[in-house]
Design a protein around this ligand. Structure first.
Ligand SMILES: Nc1nc2c(ncn2[C@@H]2O[C@H](COP(=O)(O)OP(=O)(O)OP(=O)(O)O)[C@@H](O)[C@H]2O)c(=O)[nH]1
Length: 353
């Protein structure tokens, strides 16, 4: 039987730097044929578009497959398995598969999908790489509010005490074979050290914690971990996601793991050209702050400029750069946040001239 093709799962919260890390990996693949599968939250394929448009020879449209918008764990049968099978059926199958999960995905159900009969004989999970946005964690974005939790506990013992953010974060850490503390350029060395120590303590025993910025890590470090993660799922659970509703018992086959898609939402704002990128960035930053937006990204066209402007905002930081010729004069931005976003107000703020 031929050796199984290794697959690396890259997970991490919204904006942690998954696409950036993968882009560096593809640029430094040392001759490996890497195929990419991308699962995004939001209906605008920003990450796929950035990677396809990156001009890297080993990264053609054919090498990047996008899963339809949605949760990978709920679309395993109709979307993920067929995508993987298509990849395996190629004349020259890839040497390695890299899967970028949506920043809101729990990695466990995806790892579990590798136990599907059609897949388990041919592919193995080489390792789960969890990226951490060092700056966001240092700012306390994932820490739950201990006082509020205690008050809630006192009020009702049956409540779910975790916030969706802290729960996701802990699940992504618990599943990791390697944790990458990214964005160290935004942190003092002592903060990097403290955070790395904490994560090492929270992770499963023996998990490597590596600090970097812009996802710069050699392919030989990221790939070839030989973890066979699909065989040790039990050790990778931070939460059992039990719900207190008896109706809600999970069906192991079709939905292995309960989680709340309703905790988060996304929508797309479109508008015409912008005239002043610096001013538009300030407007985005103000809108993010006013509405508690977690992530905002997309492409803008600027009056008089043939190139499109890629816009990336994570929390309060807004980055933008021209990456390729614009194919339309439209500006499209995907907005992601916890449920309850004021879509009308956000849209109006971003559409204002
Ligand atoms: N300062 C700094 N910015 C970074 C670093 N890594 C990534 N970024 C920036 O952070 C933003 C988000 O990076 P991405 O690579 O798109 O993050 P992602 O995890 O793929 O985001 P989602 O797919 O939306 O979850 C971009 O503007 C990156 O340029 C880093 O190490 N330092």
């Amino acid at each position: 039987m031929p050796a199984k093709i290794p697959a690396t799962i890259v997970t991490g919260f919204l904006g942690a730097g998954k696409t950036t890390l993968i882009r560096h990996l593809l640029q430094n693949a040392d001759g490996r044929r890497i195929a990419l599968i991308i699962n995004e939250f939001g209906d605008l394929g920003v990450d796929g578009d950035i990677l396809k448009g990156c001009g890297i020879e080993t990264c053609t449209d054919d090498d990047v497959m996008e899963l339809s918008n949605g949760c990978i764990c709920c679309t395993v049968a109709e979307d993920f398995v067929p995508t993987l099978e298509k990849l395996l059926a190629r004349d020259t199958p890839p040497d390695h598969i890299v899967i970028e999960t949506s920043g809101l995905a729990l990695p466990q159900p995806l790892v579990q999908a590798f136990n599907w009969p059609e897949i388990s004989t041919r592919v193995t999970v080489d390792g789960v790489v969890t990226l951490v946005d060092g700056k966001a964690v240092a700012e306390g974005r994932f820490a739950h509010d201990v006082a509020a939790v205690d008050a809630q506990r006192a009020a009702d013992d049956n409540l779910d005490h975790e916030t969706p953010l802290s729960e996701l974060f802990e699940d992504q850490i618990a599943c990791a074979d390697m944790i990458v503390v990214n964005k160290t350029d935004l942190l003092a060395p002592i903060e990097v050290q403290g955070l790395s120590d904490r994560l090492r303590h929270d992770a499963r025993p023996g998990v490597q914690v590596i600090a970097t910025s812009m996802g710069v890590l050699p392919a030989a470090v990221l790939l070839g971990q030989n973890a066979a993660a699909e065989t040790s799922l039990d050790a990778r659970e931070a939460h059992h996601h039990h719900h207190h509703d008896d109706e809600d018992h999970d069906h192991a086959d079709d939905h292995p793991h309960h989680h709340d898609h309703d905790d988060f939402e996304s929508f797309t704002v479109t508008r015409g050209e912008i005239s002043d990128p610096a001013d538009f960035s300030r407007k985005i930053a103000a809108t993010i702050e006013a509405h508690d937006i977690l992530r905002l990204k997309g492409f803008a066209t600027v009056t008089g400029k043939p190139m499109r402007l890629t816009i990336q905002a994570v929390g309060p930081r807004v980055d933008s750069y021209y990456d390729q010729r614009a194919s339309t004069r439209e500006t499209r931005l995907v907005v992601i946040g916890q449920a309850g976003l004021d879509r009308a107000a956000i849209t109006a703020a971003l559409q204002a001239a």
